[in-house]
Design a protein around this ligand. Structure first.
Ligand SMILES: Cc1ncc(COP(=O)(O)O)c(C=O)c1O
Length: 470
């Protein structure tokens, strides 16, 4: 017997131990400090051990509670970044996905997995009223954006064979997520050729400024490759005016990509906010954010398979499909930069089947309501001020400090305050910088959040302010 083999009984025993730990963890989640009580020295001491030459057997699992104790907790008061809350039905499916170990390259390698992925991607497109889009699941929003922009580049300024022509330009707002400049760099377009279009008072791209920049660039001999709009900017959740931007993209022959990693899935609950979403050529989404799925699970939707194939199809002979049947001959690697791909769709599929779309819609609506509740509480607290309108579920605010504080001191004070809030461990906030102002930022994409969790934000921030020092 191969020394790596374990019996099905032993698998069951290990799985039982792990699922028992996981269930206990879920049971205690609400009471745990969100920021683990640890430091670098301790994590190195615990986990930077030499690789064991001889296996430990079941003893290997003994350290798992230590891992869990030093993990950041996503209970109902976790409001950092844009991070979904890890829906447990999805987690159960992930275990099975790993056991099945399907390589979701092509139908022949995983008939059920490929069909299920196509199905859930179709469900998402339909739920967003973009039913004519197709696509695939990705590692996250960053890789979906990279692939969307690669399709834009290959369609508008083909580079796959001879390299990048020198004149391509990309447009996005000055509130765009960092994955866009990163993609522009990786695709050889060059970050100097990314134009950051100014935003208005509510952080939406100003279409007139976009138009003016494009005209200026065209007069200088440049080619607009793509305009990237945001369906929920990472800082404030602002939604760019898609309809006007689509019209400008169309007029100037540019690809229209929407970065919907944070917000596009909220269109399931409030489609009117996202008017014109369906006009994009490609859209990135993140089910591991606003469909609460365990990491990782992103998605790229696009209107044209031809554009995806033109960009990504370059198969070595060993991988080429030998089947002309449109179902059985299908290969994701012809439309994606990934070859080996995990069975990400299983968790999303099982979770959607288990709870049903209505439950997800209701949960997203709750997040939207919770964000408004928090904004109202902040407006009522005399020592706090809201720093941006609440379009989706991101709430940016700060403590007003003392009237003698300059803007710079106030920024330092709020940074110290944020650190203190995080240290206290009851609520988790992250930060944003809005026009030079340092903000505390709560982003609610959390199916565990209750009204009382939302209410604890103001209580915690005001309590922490009493002992925060700039
Ligand atoms: C607007 C936006 N775009 C892209 C991303 C990147 O997504 P991911 O972290 O899944 O790569 C994020 C992440 O927060 C985001 O908020």
């Amino acid at each position: 017997m191969n020394p790596l083999e374990i019996s099905p009984d032993q698998f069951q025993l290990l799985a039982d131990r792990v699922t028992r730990l996981a269930a206990e963890y879920l049971e205690n989640l609400d009471a745990l400090p969100i920021s683990p009580r640890t430091n670098g020295e301790e994590t190195l001491h615990l986990f930077r051990a030499p690789i064991p030459e001889q296996g430990l057997g079941e003893e290997a699992l003994v350290v798992l509670p230590e891992v869990m104790k030093r993990s950041r907790v996503q209970n109902g008061r976790f409001f950092g970044y844009v991070l979904g809350s890890g829906e447990p039905v999805g987690a159960v499916a992930d275990l099975l996905a790993s056991v099945l170990n399907q390589n979701v390259t092509a139908w022949r390698s995983g008939p059920a997995a490929v069909t299920i992925e196509q199905t859930v991607v179709g469900w998402l497109a339909e739920a967003l009223a973009c039913g004519n889009f197709r696509g695939h699941l990705t590692g996250g929003g960053s890789s979906a954006n990279l692939m969307g922009l690669a399709m834009a580049r290959e369609t508008k300024a083909p580079a796959n064979e001879q390299g990048m022509p020198p004149n391509g330009v990309v447009y996005a707002s000055d509130e765009i997520h960092m994955s866009i400049p990163k993609s522009v760099a990786l695709l050889g377009i060059g970050r100097d050729n990314l134009r950051l279009v100014p935003t208005d008072a509510v952080f939406r791209m100003i279409p007139e400024q976009l138009e003016a920049r494009i005209r200026q660039d065209k007069a200088a001999g440049k080619t607009p490759i793509t305009i990237v709009a945001s369906a929920g900017t990472v800082n404030t959740g602002a939604i760019d005016p898609f309809r006007q931007i689509a019209e400008i993209a169309h007029r100037h022959g540019a690809w229209f990509h929407i970065d919907g990693a944070y917000g596009a899935l909220a269109a399931m609950a409030d489609r009117e906010k996202f008017d014109g979403l369906e006009l994009a050529d490609s859209i990135s989404l993140d089910p591991h954010k606003w469909l609460y799925q365990p990491l990782d699970c992103g998605c790229l939707l696009y209107r044209s398979s031809e554009a995806a194939q033109m960009t990504f199809a370059h198969s070595g002979d060993y991988a080429r499909s030998l089947n002309a049947d449109p179902v059985e001959g299908f290969a994701f690697f012809e439309e994606s930069l990934e070859l080996s791909r995990r069975f990400r769709a299983l968790k999303l599929w099982l979770s959607l089947r288990y709870h049903g779309l209505a439950a997800f819609r209701e949960s997203i609506n709750r997040d939207l309501r919770h964000a408004r509740r928090l904004a109202e509480a902040i407006q009522k607290a005399p020592e706090l001020e809201l720093l941006a309108p609440v379009e989706l579920s991101a709430v940016c605010f700060r403590h007003k400090g003392k009237s003698s504080m300059t803007e710079e001191v106030l920024n330092h004070f709020n940074l110290a305050l944020l650190k203190r809030v995080v240290e206290r461990g009851r609520v988790y906030l992250s930060n944003a910088s809005l026009r030079g102002k340092f903000c505390l930022r709560a982003c609610i994409v959390n199916h565990r959040t209750k009204d009382s969790d939302v209410d604890s934000v103001v209580t915690e921030v005001t309590a922490a302010a009493r002992d925060a020092r700039p």
